[in-house]
Design a protein around this ligand. Sequence first.
Ligand code: ATP
Ligand code: MG
Length: 209
Amino acid sequence: MKIGILGGTFNPIHFGHLRAAEEARDKTGLDKVVFVPSGNPPFKTADTIDASHRYAMTKLATDSNVDFVVSDVELRQEEKSYTVNTIQRLREIYPEDELFFILGIDAFIDMPNWWQPDILISMTDFILVARPGFDIADAVKSPYVKAGQRAGEDFFKLKSGKKVIPLEITPLGISSTDIRRLLREGLSIKYLLPEPVERYIYGHDLYGQ
Ligand code: ATP
Ligand code: MG
């Protein structure tokens, strides 16, 4: 099977995440997408709510799609979760399968700030999704991309030899940051995320709305 992995804080999950996962699945022929909500950060930051709530909302959001599953690998960890460890765990869970790490262009550009990116780029192939405000063509300027790779091709290579498949997807200018701000300001978040997630947020008084 071909399995996509979409990691995120999902604070909260929204239609930008869901549509990115769906288009990545559809356009690259993935059999399923595993959503991996991050665990609790070691030092609690003000607006990242508890992992159990972020996990619950991710479950609610993906419930109606048989090709979407949610993993608790990062929640079950005591220490800070790093993507390299997460992929290692998922590799143990899916030993026979082909894994693809799905991420937005903003996250790809931020990769030099991640834990052990040199190892990460050798672990799986990548599916890179566009996001409003970022140019997907900038990806080839990443320090992890092999020299001489051109934007606009079907795929390009990383220094590890692994592939990156860039995907233009329906541009949805939705972010969790904006949703949290709307809630703080007492404004509507309707049509930015699935209704069950919206109800969960109000029901549990999340994000100080
Ligand atoms: P925050 O504003 O809190 O950073 P976010 O909306 O960026 O939240 P994350 O949980 O940080 O959401 O993102 C998880 C993954 O989903 C990242 O790889 C990110 O690039 C991607 N992603 C998030 N929103 C979108 C979107 N609207 N379109 C495409 N990709 C997205
Ligand atoms: Mg983000």
